[in-house]
Design a protein around this ligand. Sequence first.
Ligand code: MD6
Ligand code: FE
Length: 220
Amino acid sequence: MTDSPHISTSQRLFESDAPQALAAATFLLAGFALARQHELLGEIEQVLRESPLRHMQTPGGFTMSVAMSNCGALGWVSDRKGYRYTPMDPLTNAPWPVLPSCMQQLATEAAALCGFAGFMPDACLINRYAPGTRMSLHQDKNEVDYSAPIVSVSLGVDAAFQLGGMQRSDKPLRIGLQHGDVLVWGGEDRLRFHGVLPIKPQHHPLMGPDRINLTFRKAG
Ligand code: MD6
Ligand code: FE
């Protein structure tokens, strides 16, 4: 027995191109990134050569367990001064790497399939989870315009994603996310709390023990 509703990827009845609605404006595109996984991983590797993954500081002075980098005109950063988007990578003192075309097209196409035509991300946050790493419940609210959706791509080992409500105390729905899955959310769900439960030790043929998550946003 689990203590929350559970949609497991192994229990999916079918995989299709049709978005699966998880809430009013939250959709799962199961396996949508698989067709371009190799091109995608190549682009990520190139971005991370330019702006490496790093463990950022929280405003409260803790070190984040998820390693992060960015590409696109704006990148999400956290340090003692707070959470925000910046045009420059504070580690390299150079602009963030350009958003590669395969990544941008994936995000634009996924958003359009879910009813968000014309989504043009200006920021892509790259998160790397090692085994045992989690992301506690949070809202994404550092973006200027909440009318744009967020497109989230999962790569590597499986994760249990928590889709909460508008209050931190709302009981989250648990969603199994696998390599190649894409989540799109926006509209009335844009400010839902969400998180990732601790990553279990696993092995993925392309990614080893790690999970990488890309989140594409219109940040500025
Ligand atoms: C993750 N994702 O999946 C963390 N935020 O690793 C997020 O925090 C997230 O997946 C906003 C929209 C979609 C997401
Ligand atoms: Fe988030």
